[in-house]
Design a protein around this ligand. Structure first.
Ligand code: SF4
Ligand code: SF4
Length: 419
């Protein structure tokens, strides 16, 4: 479509991908019905087409973004359903990423908002700080009883106690060594996921080797528009990986895996880091790719609702693999409505947009519970935490591990044991 980006902007590798997305959009609106925020709010400005218009105006004209533009762009989950459904191949990710960075640089947010964003960016990417924060959370919850804390209260309510490290399994005769990225939040709150994944993979001769020096993938900072910070995290990861010899790179959270699959876009026009990021991304491999089939008989043939994370559907493009793997493993996969719609977790979204996030959670759980599953399974720590609280929720590696003779996950309450 018509655009007013200047020749200088088109020549800038940091703006060009966003400008290309704008130019490709023909405003057909095919993407609208698949946008979770549009589905819930019914407002064109909270759908992809409306947001594209806000972002185009903001980036073309420069200056301070309007409150209205920031409000509607902030409500985007970055689920990328719109990218998958777009017939014109609009790469919405490049546009919203650039817009978030632009807002971060040019918009003065209210104090409370700035504090929350600073807190998320300063605590969550670091497992030790996350653990400390989780240990202090009960005190915060008591304080929140007396003093209204707004979104900080949401954060405190979501906090679960930190866990100690878990031992990774080692295959008797390793055929492959895969570098394991420890992640940040998951390492602090659900280390049992990597332990379960390591057992499943060890049975197939694959050893997970924690990557020395690796930290957070940088996705959290990236989605907050903190471009330079996310580049630093990426550089640390890439350098750590290049220093060793591995047959691939693995992270058990698809939110991080999906982001890392597109890592080269974090370094637009950088002649050194972009190609290094491309190689790194090419070595990334998801759990579902490492474990193609598993014909076993589980201790109990449970009814499983498989919730495919948006990152798995729209970034890793592994649609249908999780369901197939679970069916092969002897579970009854129960379909449910709107499985393509985001659960409202979306990284820090559940903290920054609690009301909308909760509406999406309730909608998702309504569909899932209508299918009457014994357990919900997903592949991303964010989704697992978001959907927890009723029907047990596990990572697919945990359920598969149990089916193959591993320990029963603590969160798995079997149907006969429920009240
Ligand atoms: S489907 Fe693609 S071209 Fe159509 S409005 Fe959405 S982003 Fe634009
Ligand atoms: S990324 Fe998701 S929430 Fe954002 S506009 Fe696209 S479909 Fe809607």
């Amino acid at each position: 479509m018509r655009n007013n980006f200047s020749p200088e902007q088109w020549a800038d590798p940091k703006i060009k991908p966003a400008a290309t997305a704008v130019r490709r959009c023909v405003h057909c609106g095919f993407c609208t019905a698949t946008c979770p925020t549009y589905v819930v709010l019914g407002d064109e400005r909270d759908g992809p087409r409306g947001r594209i218009q806000f972002m185009q105006k903001m980036l073309e004209e420069g200056g301070t973004p309007s409150d209205e533009a920031v409000h509607h762009i902030d409500r985007c989950l970055s689920c990328l359903n719109c990218r998958t459904t777009c017939p014109s191949s609009v790469d919405y990710a490049r546009l919203v990423d650039k817009s978030r960075a632009y807002i971060e640089e040019h918009y003065h947010r209210p104090l409370g908002d700035r504090f929350m964003r600073w807190l998320i960016a300063t605590v969550f990417p670091y497992p030790t700080r996350t653990k400390l924060a989780l240990l202090l959370a009960p005190l915060g919850r008591i304080a929140a009883f007396f003093i209204p804390m707004g979104r900080l209260e949401t954060m405190l309510k979501k906090a679960s106690p930190p866990r100690g490290p878990e031992r990774l399994a080692i295959p008797e005769r390793p055929l492959k060594r895969i570098a394991l990225l420890p992640g940040c939040v998951q390492k602090a709150v659900m280390p049992e996921i990597d332990a379960a994944a390591s057992r499943v993979l060890a049975r197939r001769g694959i050893e997970l080797v924690p990557l020395p020096g690796a930290g957070c993938c940088g996705a959290l900072s990236h989605h907050l528009g903190r471009e330079e910070e996310s580049r630093q995290f990426a550089k640390t990861l890439i350098t750590a990986w290049e220093d060793g010899r591995y047959d691939g790179i693995f992270i058990s959270a698809t939110g991080c895996g999906g982001y890392l699959k597109e890592l080269s876009h974090v370094f637009p026009g950088d002649p050194v880091w972009q190609p290094r990021a491309e190689k790194f991304a090419a070595a990334m491999v998801d759990f579902l790719e490492l474990v193609p089939t598993a014909s076993v008989t589980p201790p109990q043939a449970l009814r499983v609702a498989y919730h495919p994370p948006c990152s798995l559907q729209n970034m890793l493009k592994l649609n249908g693999r999780g369901e197939a793997l679970l069916a092969d493993a002897g579970f009854l996969v129960t379909p449910f409505g709107e499985s393509h719609i985001c659960c409202g977790s979306a990284g820090s979204y559940s903290i920054l947009q609690p009301e909308l996030s909760q509406r999406l959670r309730a909608r998702k759980l309504g569909h899932i519970e209508a299918a009457n599953p014994d357990v919900i399974v997903s592949g991303n720590i964010g989704c697992i935490q978001q959907l927890s609280g009723g029907v047990p929720v596990l990572h697919i590696a945990q359920l598969l591990d149990w089916a193959e003779g591993g320990p029963k996950p603590a969160a798995l309450v079997l149907p006969h044991a429920r009240h």
